[in-house]
Design a protein around this ligand. Structure first.
Ligand code: UDP
Length: 239
């Protein structure tokens, strides 16, 4: 199957901040960034245009601040800046593998990232540069899942691949409920109605309104991203 033709030409990959944790409890494991970069290079070499939305949960999430008494907006801006740090690390790791990238931040931070200009980003993709989006949509009260859905629509990606630490969408949290069952596919509406947590409902709702499929899969299973882009059965498809 590895010689099959990719099922998509342009994808948006949502990588959580936790994907960079490796064995650490907080921060960035450079060897994890390298192994993700190697998988991304494979996609690039298949001719797939790749944009990534990077999360920040390995460093800071707004909720960590609000639970400790911070103002929500201030805490969310800290979370946004955490994603920029991850974006820099990911850019370094991917370029070490010889692939050209562009880091696009939704918050103005010109010394390290370009601003988001939709047409320019599409041009970068056409030139086979991997795009790393950071700082979500640049506003508090959102998550990088929702930002992934928004940017995917703007750049006309054909699918959102959401890499997580579970194998897909389950009836319950598989880390807590032993009898939880995995769905091979689920409709947007059922996902929302069941209140499932693996992807933000705002993001799923945006994808529903615009008919953009989402594939949720386990990043820890090596080669999963490639399988997903080759159209092989992996994780759960929401659509
Ligand atoms: N965030 C935000 N607006 C956005 C995207 C993210 O305020 O558009 C903040 C929010 O505080 C969030 C943090 O950035 O908790 C990190 O993003 P997220 O939790 O989505 O990262 P992940 O869970 O994917 O690592």
């Amino acid at each position: 199957m590895s010689n099959s033709k990719p099922a998509y030409k342009r994808i948006l990959l949502k990588l959580s901040g936790e994907s960079l944790l490796g064995d650490l409890s907080c921060g960035i494991a450079v060897d994890r960034a390298k192994s993700i970069a190697l998988e991304l290079k494979e996609l690039h070499d298949l001719g797939i245009q790749v944009a990534i939305m990077i999360g920040g949960g390995n460093i800071f999430r707004g909720i960590m601040g609000t639970e400790a008494g911070m103002d929500r907006a201030s805490a969310d801006y800290m979370g946004l800046l955490a994603t920029v740090i991850n974006g820099i690390a990911l850019q370094d790791a991917i370029e070490k593998e010889g692939v050209i990238t562009r880091h696009i931040s939704a918050i103005d931070i010109k010394a390290v990232a370009e601003p988001f200009i939709r047409r320019r980003v599409i041009r970068h993709l056409e030139k086979d540069r991997i795009i790393i989006f950071s700082a979500g949509i640049g506003s508090p009260y959102f998550t990088t899942d929702t930002a992934a859905a928004l940017r995917a629509l703007e750049i006309k990606a054909e699918v959102i691949l959401k890499a997580t630490k579970v194998d897909g969408v389950y009836t319950d949290d598989p880390m807590k409920v032993r009898t939880a069952r995995k769905f091979d596919s689920i409709s947007y509406l059922n996902f929302i109605k069941k209140g499932l947590k693996v992807m933000d409902t705002t993001a799923v709702s945006l994808c529903k309104d615009n008919n953009l499929p989402i594939i949720i899969f386990n990043l820890r299973k090596k080669g999963s991203i490639k399988k997903a882009v080759l159209g092989e059965k992996v994780g759960t498809r929401i659509g």
